[in-house]
Design a protein around this ligand. Structure first.
Ligand code: ADP
Ligand code: MN
Ligand code: MN
Ligand code: MN
Length: 345
């Protein structure tokens, strides 16, 4: 038998952005356990904005697990928060009721800032560093400093070893700003991995005395880019059938549902989606081929391939909840009839 360190991880009840929480329990198993072997567990919801003090128990229900490469015999256990009955989702549980479809593929591009002493890593104590330009995908001390890349590489290795499906990393437009991309089949699978990668990044940077700033516009109304979490998506139908008529019907539905999308694309997005810095204004839907100033960017390959493939919704922001983002994308897609389009074509 081996004693495993099970880190139960969940989202707390803070709004508009939940925090990640985690605590460890030790359990013995003959070999690496399956999800079904992991017990429900509890925590004090009155300390996480999830319950009143009088009746404070909330239940943790394991929903995904990953080996924890930073710990000997460690396991990262993604959990949903349930009511004391263990079956009713807690109101803060944004995962339990979302739309899911394993044939819907999602690629999230998570941008974030490293912060130290209350400002982006590499910013001088007062004022600003040299303007944006050389930082995006940059190399060299003056562009990326001396520690950011080390953290980014360490994070990448941790995620890969945990089985998180990273697809890439890059330095971003602002100094101290970076990005990683995660691809998953199914909204829960992709979104669980984003939350777990966020957790690993936050935990990793503790020892460096560095914070992660996920806010979408930490430097306010300045000439510094904000942070997004572009959502690239494709359904089986989009990949295999597609077509211009279906694409146009889909875009019309995205236009119609504008406010439903903005509602779950992360807080303060009006400060980021201004029409500047490769963004589209938050209150107007647009799409365009290879257009980084549109709400939805249509890759060249999509058009060349008879309107088949994936699309990039550029509006979700870095603090957005990937469960809700993916679910809203699927909801809008579900409102477009594939039968009617095929019949009309
Ligand atoms: P850019 O920075 O040019 O917008 P990235 O390379 O950072 O692009 O991100 C592209 C994303 O698209 C990746 O996360 C990738 O996983 C995702 N992606 C690629 N093909 C598909 C697909 N068929 N369905 C959904 N997402 C996809
Ligand atoms: Mn990218
Ligand atoms: Mn980017
Ligand atoms: Mn992108």
């Amino acid at each position: 038998m081996t004693k495993y360190k099970l880190e139960y991880i969940w989202l707390d009840g803070y709004t508009p952005v939940p925090n990640l929480r985690g605590k460890t329990q030790i359990k013995e198993f003959a070999e690496f356990p399956t999800l079904e072997q992991l017990p429900l567990w509890g925590f004090d919801g009155s300390s996480t904005n999830q319950a009143e003090g009088r009746s404070s128990d909330c239940v943790l229900k394991p929903v995904a697990l990953y080996p924890d490469p930073a710990r000997t015999n460690g396991i990262l256990v993604m959990c949903e928060v349930m009511m004391p009955d263990g079956v009713t989702p807690h109101e803060s549980n944004s995962r339990a009721t979302i739309l899911d479809d394993e044939d819907a593929w999602f690629g999230f591009e998570q941008e974030y800032f490293f912060y130290k002493d209350g400002r982006p890593l590499g910013f001088p104590e007062s004022g600003y560093p040299a303007p944006q330009g050389p930082y995006y995908t940059g190399v060299g001390y003056k562009n990326v400093g001396d520690v950011a890349r080390q953290i980014v590489e360490e994070h990448l290795d941790l995620c890969l070893a945990a089985g998180i499906n990273h697809e890439g990393i890059n330095a971003e437009v602002a100094k101290g700003q970076w990005e990683f991309q995660i691809f998953g089949k199914g909204s829960k699978k992709a979104a669980d991995q984003i939350w777990m990668a966020r957790y690993l990044l936050l935990r990793l940077t503790e020892k460096y005395g560095i914070d992660i700033e996920f806010h979408c516009k930490p430097l306010g109304d300045t000439d510094w880019n904000g942070s997004g979490m572009h959502c690239n998506f494709s359904t089986k139908y989009m990949r295999e059938v597609g077509g211009k008529a279906y694409f146009e019907a889909l875009m019309a539905q995205f236009d119609k549902n504008l406010m439903d999308h903005i509602a779950v694309y992360g807080p303060d997005n009006d400060k980021r989606l201004t029409g500047k810095h490769e963004t589209a204004p938050w209150n107007k839907f647009s799409y365009g081929v290879a257009d980084r100033g549109a709400s939805i960017r249509v890759p060249h390959s999509f058009v060349k391939n008879d309107y088949k493939g994936y699309l990039e919704d550029r509006r979700p922001n870095s603090q957005g909840d990937p469960y809700q983002i993916a679910s809203q994308v699927l909801k809008t897609i579900s409102q477009v009839s594939t039968a009617a389009v095929s019949a009309a074509a």
